[in-house]
Design a protein. Structure first.
Length: 273
């Protein structure tokens, strides 16, 4: 793979994620999610999971955003760190940009000294009045704003209107949402104790007591993405048809975090129809 091309792609993705951070800061969460999903479509599995984690961190309270981004930066490779760094809030990004600019200036000065030492004769320097240029950040913010207002959907047009003939089921509406992933075998809501087990097999207490086989237990060092993939593999292996598999995955989908949905989507895309 061409290293220069890979570096350019990483820089483009980092610039895009910087705009995503600006959009979330401005309240345009929906557009930010759309752009992140577009980046994830062209990324590998690891990068796709990282993009989901970054998006989830940016959508949290500002007091915990920076610690979460710092943790992601520590466990990422160079390309991943570039994506994380692009999303750090403005003050931190300005400080890092200043350090990067100083490093580049020092490198440029060293190259110029070496060039002047090797070039014979006098070196003529160009004289002229520098033209005032618009900052890249101002250009990026203007572009992001234009795209946001151009693609923004009127809330009244984006709302699912209830049919005149569809009556609200008040009993169903009163049921609280499920907490955590359901039992991988029977689909019922699992107790907090079952979900906090050190070796989570995905089962509820009743299914476990009845001898039902659960999700294989992974090592303690396994990532969350690996645990989710093991759960998806279990569902596929214990489903009688692709339709049953997809129905069980859809049941899990409503309980997943944004970052987890990227992992499940990627797994599903690699399965036979």
């Amino acid at each position: 793979m061409n290293t220069q091309t890979a570096d350019t792609t990483t820089m483009d993705a980092a610039d895009e994620m910087g705009q995503v951070a600006d959009l979330i800061e401005g309240g345009a969460t929906r557009e930010a999610r759309r752009r992140t999903a577009r980046l994830a479509d062209a990324a590998d599995v690891t990068t796709r999971a990282l993009l989901g984690e970054i998006l989830a961190a940016l959508e949290t309270h500002p007091a915990v955003t920076i610690p979460k981004l710092r943790d992601l930066w520590k466990v990422s490779d160079d390309d991943g760190r570039a994506l994380v760094l692009a999303c750090v809030p403005h003050a931190e990004r300005r400080a890092e940009a200043a350090k990067q600019a100083e490093r580049m200036a020092q490198s440029t000065r060293a190259e110029r000294r070496e060039y002047a030492r090797r070039k014979p004769g006098a070196v003529a320097t160009r004289q002229g009045t520098p033209q005032q240029r618009r900052s890249q950040r101002a250009t990026d913010k203007d572009t992001a704003a234009r795209r946001y207002f151009a693609e923004r959907v009127d809330p009244t047009e984006d709302t699912d209107q209830q049919s005149d003939y569809q009556q609200l089921d008040y009993d169903l509406a009163a049921v609280p949402p499920m907490r955590g992933l359901p039992c991988v075998a029977c689909g019922v809501e699992r107790s907090t104790r079952d979900q906090q087990r050190a070796s989570d097999d995905g089962l509820c207490e009743d299914c476990r007591d009845s001898g039902t086989a659960g999700v294989p237990i992974l090592p303690a060092t396994a990532t969350r993405a690996a645990v989710l993939i093991a759960r998806c593999d279990y569902i596929a292996a214990t489903s009688a048809s692709p339709d049953e598999r997809d129905a069980r995955l859809n049941r899990d989908w409503r309980c997943l975090r944004t970052a987890d949905k990227f992992t499940v989507t990627d797994w599903h895309a690699r399965q036979p129809a």
